[in-house]
Write a protein that binds this ligand. Structure first.
Ligand code: CS2
Length: 467
């Protein structure tokens, strides 16, 4: 039997469940991309608010195309378990904040209605980096931003809200982009300018896009995880998510209208999130991506295994402490050395089983804010970043796709580039002057030479393994 409203009361006593009448709270948030990360992060904070502060802040989840979240959550009335895992064991709680899930491509009208409803104040996003449909130079790629993108539903809803004299919306990006709010604002404006120029001014005047720093490690749920949850619940839960005990959310205080009192439940609402956001992207995510490409190359499967490999541990320590940290603004209350220590401890969590493959996905969307900005910072001072360059060489090799699948929206493009440029030209084709990523960081001759030499050594090593 599946978890749902009718059987939640029969759960064993040690399982925490929603301490409020869910149906008494209206939907106030529409969330695009209701995958594991949202369920373990924003939905959990919102569940705390609903239980203690009340308010009409339940969440309507929207998937752009996939039916997965709908099929997991809708039969369970939006209920699911959140499992916090550490070496001390597992803690399970049932989250009630999600009301329902719609699949936008099948239910356009209902999605637009929800976005255009007077009850909706916030539209939030965890659509991953690629969901923002950016070209490598950061501008909106109109070939990707079609009628099935989030922009299209929003544009339609904005026109309706304007015509009915409704208030604007807060668009809350919870994805790992640098200055995610500012980027969302710029991309949305670019979309409106091209497709609905009459709505552009309304958007600018009435909507707000706060930037956020979001942090919680959430591995993709596996069948083994679901079996563990079923044993604990005595019920099946197709929507269960597993995470670490740590959680952090910092939001820029820039809302268009009302919002849940998240700050009473651990969220930091601050004037400027840039320092938190860049520290997290360059240190946590930067180290994560390095562990992913170098760790996979070294034959590891999980983050905790890669970080137990002394060479890799040394490399990410150098990446975080000597390359990323000096590129960051000094911030009151943020000790970067302690931050690096805490990150290493989190990476070591053996109970999480965080797959390196999951992090290796979509590198083209991730490396600019994780590595290239740090490289650019040091380049101005005439310095090199050997740890990042080593990781970058591993990524360049990764996207060749020899013996493994590459999951990246630019996969085919990279395959062709490798074919035409070859091992001697690929580095310049990607990072040289006029290279694909030249807008974020352009490698100078000595950086390109260092990358080429790492690449060469690694290719030789792999050839040696094969012969
Ligand atoms: C990871 C992130 O998959 C990835 O690329 O680096 O999802 C990471 O786990 C989160 O940003 C942690 O907050």
């Amino acid at each position: 039997m599946r978890l749902s409203t009718i059987n939640v009361k029969q759960l064993p006593n040690q399982i925490t469940r929603p301490r409020y009448s869910r149906e008494k709270h209206k939907i106030g948030i529409v969330h695009f991309g209701i995958g594991a990360f949202h369920r373990a992060h924003m939905a959990a904070y919102t569940d705390d608010v609903l239980a203690v502060e009340g308010g009409d802040w339940r969440i309507l989840g929207v998937s752009l195309r996939s039916r997965i979240a709908h099929d997991q959550l809708s039969p369970q009335d939006g209920l699911y378990s959140l499992v916090e895992r550490s070496s001390a064991g597992s803690k399970v709680r049932i989250i009630g904040a999600v009301a329902d899930v719609l699949v936008a491509s099948e239910d356009r009208e209902r999605v637009v209605n929800a976005l255009a409803s007077a009850d909706t104040h916030i539209v939030s996003f965890t659509i991953t980096e690629k969901g923002y449909c950016r070209a490598p130079d950061g501008s909106l790629d109109f070939a990707l931003a079609d009628s099935r993108s989030a922009y299209s539903y929003l544009a339609e809803a904005f026109a309706r809200r304007r015509d009915s004299g409704l208030a604007g919306l807060t668009l809350l990006s919870c994805d790992n982009l640098a200055a995610n709010g500012a980027q969302l604002h710029r991309l949305m404006a670019q979309y409106l300018e091209a497709t609905a120029p009459d709505v552009r001014a309304w958007f600018d005047e009435n909507c707000a896009c706060p930037s956020t720093m979001i942090d919680r490690i959430v591995p993709a749920t596996t069948q083994t995880d679901r079996a563990e949850v079923e044993a604990l619940l005595g019920l099946q839960d197709a929507a269960a998510v597993v995470t670490e005990p740590f959680t952090q959310w910092v939001i820029e205080d820039n809302f268009a209208g009302s919002r849940p009192a998240w700050e009473k439940h651990g969220v930091q609402i601050v004037a400027n999130v840039t320092a938190f956001e860049t520290a997290k992207l360059r240190m946590l995510n930067g180290a994560h991506s390095a562990l992913a490409y170098l760790g996979l190359q070294a034959g590891h499967e999980f983050v905790h295994q890669a970080v137990a490999d002394t060479r890799l541990l040394q490399l990410i320590n150098r990446l975080m402490r000597e390359e990323a940290a000096p590129s960051l603004m000094p911030t009151v209350g943020l000790d970067l050395s302690e931050y690096a220590d805490a990150l290493i401890e989190r990476f070591k969590n053996p109970a999480l089983k965080h797959r390196l493959n999951q992090i290796a996905m979509d590198g083209s969307q991730k490396i600019p804010q994780r590595w290239l900005e740090t490289l650019a910072f040091h380049q101005h001072a005439g310095l090199q970043c050997p740890a990042i360059l080593t990781a970058l060489a591993a990524w360049i090799l990764h996207i060749r796709g020899d013996g493994h699948d590459v999951e990246d929206p630019m996969r085919d493009y990279f395959r062709d580039l490798w074919e035409s440029a070859g091992q001697t030209g690929i580095t310049s084709a990607l990072f040289g002057t006029n290279g694909v990523f030249a807008s974020a960081w352009t490698g100078n001759p000595s950086d390109i030479a260092m990358l080429d030499s790492f690449l060469h050594q690694e290719c030789e090593r792999q050839m040696a393994k094969l012969s």
